[in-house]
Design a protein around this ligand. Sequence first.
Ligand code: SF4
Length: 266
Amino acid sequence: MKTPARVLVDQIHNIEESGRFAARSNALPTWCPGCGYFGIHQGLNDCITKLRLPLHEVVTVSGIGCAGRYSFFSSTYGLHMVHGRTLPTATGIKLANPRLTVFAIGGDGDGLAIGAAHFPHIARRNVDVNYLLFDNSIYGLTKGQPSPTSPIGSKTKASPYGTLDSPLNATLMALTYGASFVARLFAGDPKGITEALIEGIKNPGFSIFHIYTPCVTFDKTFKTWTNLKKWVHPLPEGYDPTNIRGAFDEVLSDDFSLGIIYNRGA
Ligand code: SF4
């Protein structure tokens, strides 16, 4: 009879043989146990594997924050950029070598605060970059300050009486800035992330994947696993992602419908 250690070694061997973790680096992610980022990592890895993208032709560019660690945990080429500068760096990489598949990766603090000024311009230029925006509505790496997507009244160590600022809506911003492909996703659904990424990569322009995810360590009240699982749901039956007016109506009326919100097709 196999010992538990032997069973584990065999399981790891089988996973390695399957190629499913080919896009993961040997560095184990340092995210907190239970963090939603593991689901996103799995979703992107499965996309790379399913599309058989050659790893030397894929680049992950990540910013600062917990999401910014991403490029260390991927066996693609990677850059760990300074705060908020994932999008201009990803633009430069794509323009220098258009054959590459480029993923820009960052959190809501990275991309919607210090990096927010780059968002409209990559969208209006329609650069062929795939942007994964991890939105947990909090600054996790710096131990739990409110972020640009925290709801009004969020109480943190840095806002003990509750925040006064209105939250940004990244999906609405993406539509407003003219992004040609917009998806809204959930870290608890890696399969949905993989499917949306596969569609988004086909878009020969800027694709944004706005992904709701919990910070299990510093947010115990808002975007928790329990709440997100209750709130998220698919887009309505018959939803037409090619209709920009319908996309605006959907995003303005429902914060938690998931799927491909808009796909202009070029
Ligand atoms: S602090 Fe929050 S976002 Fe950062 S790794 Fe931990 S759970 Fe994830």
